[in-house]
Design a protein around this ligand. Structure first.
Ligand SMILES: Cc1ncc(COP(=O)(O)O)c(C=O)c1O
Length: 485
């Protein structure tokens, strides 16, 4: 329906920036996969598979990942403090350890009722706990006043981009391929996405020359480039940046006066090497060169959705600001206050994530076992999937280093590309759609994240349990390649 609609709102008169935004991880293929899931639930036996595997989104608990016991036990007491009137039952019959009860009491005393709004930027006690975590992680002080709680990292990114982008000529450097939150948010804001390509042949590292080139070109076109986004470890690439790469981005940001948004939601999903936070790199550079980096503005984000926590549905996260003008920080505070506050139970989960049971505490042993079990399971699946891609014709995939994804290149025949064009689809989308139709495995075409011209990719998570679905991808791929040879 368009202008003939009886509705006040129609597709031609709504905000055009909403229509312009694309978010492929929940796009057409995801919708189709949900239709298949509904058909399977109704015992439809006409489909060639028995289950739908949602490898399109990093949503660990939708697959087999179990919540960490300590976290959920504390939350259960926060949601229902009456349970604390029966501590003996909790301990003797339900297996709650004393540190669970202690932590719940701490939250109830410091944060209060989780059914009430907190301070706009989040509970001060929780932000203090985050500051202490950052200090332990980086070896440099952090201030709770510079930490803002958010409903997942997504809402933090939304806040930051709203404040950074002042109009249609404001530009933000975004890595390509990227997590489409960034391009979609910039579309909604009617601001400019300035893409910079990552180097696939160097395990998706940042390419300083490409970055400078993109910046120069955008500025030559009168784009007021103000910010650079870095996703580390990467989504969809799975890359984990070296310390040198992180420092090089900070150096560029200093030279070119760019705010850095460091999306570090996968900071514990690192399999090769070590995670290097932007905050610690910046502080080290400041220490070595007094004064030189004082004006670098850094916003780093974290979330409870990823890592071994995987509590996406609870919507918790935060960002820390370093080097921002206090007047700008006041406006950021006002912006977050318009949404009142981040979900309070999500804030409590952030506190539990950054301050989990320590060695010697009653819940530590189980926590460590669960944490390591999830970590090792993810790594094993990443390696197994990578090995499978290695054996597939025309598929090349960088070694899994971190995050929850693999992003292989696929080389398709001219015949396959022509068949896709006939259906009016990009070739990668055609391939992924055929994979979904044949196997029930839902992945995301590379075009949803951006890719170099004349290259094709798809992104898959390695969260799904078992190996059957990997076998079905291998079989599908062989048949697809044979059909379009
Ligand atoms: C790089 C990146 N940033 C942010 C997010 C958003 O996460 P959250 O659930 O914390 O909003 C995601 C989710 O997949 C992500 O991959």
């Amino acid at each position: 329906m368009s202008s003939t609609s009886q509705h006040r709102l129609n597709i031609d008169n709504i905000n055009p920036h909403v229509k312009a935004a694309h978010y492929a991880v929940r796009g057409e293929l995801a919708v189709r996969s949900e239709e298949y899931r509904a058909r399977l639930a109704k015992h439809d036996s006409s489909l060639p598979f028995k289950e739908v595997v949602s490898a399109n989104i990093g949503n660990p608990q939708q697959l087999d990942q179990k919540p960490i016991t300590f976290f959920r036990q504390v939350l259960s007491l926060l949601e229902n403090p009456l349970l604390l009137e029966h501590e003996d039952v909790l301990v003797n019959q339900m297996g709650y350890k004393p540190d669970v009860i202690e932590r719940a009491k701490w939250h109830l005393a410091k944060v209060g009722n989780v059914g009430a709004y907190s301070a706009s930027n989040g509970s001060p006690a929780i932000r203090q706990s985050i500051a202490e975590f950052l200090e332990r992680r980086d070896g440099y002080p952090a201030r709770f006043q510079d930490i803002y709680m958010s409903a997942g990292a997504s809402s933090g990114v939304n806040t930051l981009l709203h404040v950074i982008c002042a109009g249609p000529s404001s530009g933000v450097l975004v890595p390509i391929p990227q997590y489409p939150l960034y391009t979609a948010s910039l579309s909604l804001l009617n601001a400019q996405c300035v893409p910079y390509y990552l180097e696939e042949h160097k395990n998706w590292a940042t390419d300083l020359d490409a970055l400078r080139e993109s910046l120069k070109e955008a500025r030559a076109n009168d784009v007021d480039v103000r910010c650079i986004v870095v996703i580390n470890p990467g989504n969809p690439t799975g890359a984990s940046l070296s310390e040198d790469d992180v420092e090089a981005v900070i150096e560029l940001a200093r030279e070119e006066k760019l705010v850095i948004i460091a999306d570090e939601v996968y900071q514990t999903n690192v399999f090769v090497g070590k995670f290097h936070s932007f905050k610690s790199a910046l502080r080290r550079m400041q220490e070595k060169n007094p004064g030189k980096y004082d004006n670098v503005e850094l916003a780093s984000l974290h979330s409870i959705s990823k890592g071994m926590v995987g509590e996406c549905g609870h919507r918790g996260g935060y960002f820390e600001l370093v080097g921002f003008d206090p007047e700008v920080q006041q406006q950021i505070y006002k912006f977050v206050s318009i949404m009142l506050c981040a979900p309070v139970i999500g804030q409590c989960l952030v506190e539990l994530m950054v301050n989990p049971p320590k060695p010697g505490e009653p819940s530590y042993e189980l926590y460590e076992k669960e944490y390591n079990g999830i970590y090792n399971g993810l790594q094993e699946r990443a390696v197994a999937l990578h090995k499978a891609f290695d054996e597939m014709e025309g598929v090349e995939c960088a070694e899994p280093q971190g995050s929850m994804y693999l992003f292989p290149t696929i080389t398709l025949s001219e015949k396959a590309v022509a068949a896709a064009a006939e259906e009016g689809r990009p070739a990668d989308e055609f391939y992924c759609l055929k994979m979904l139709e044949a196997t029930g495995v839902c992945v995301v075409p590379g075009s949803g994240f951006g890719q170099k011209p004349n290259t094709l990719h798809f992104r898959t998570t390695f969260l799904a349990p078992g190996t059957e679905w990997v076998g079905s991808i291998i079989k599908f791929h062989k048949e697809f390649m044979d059909k379009y040879r």
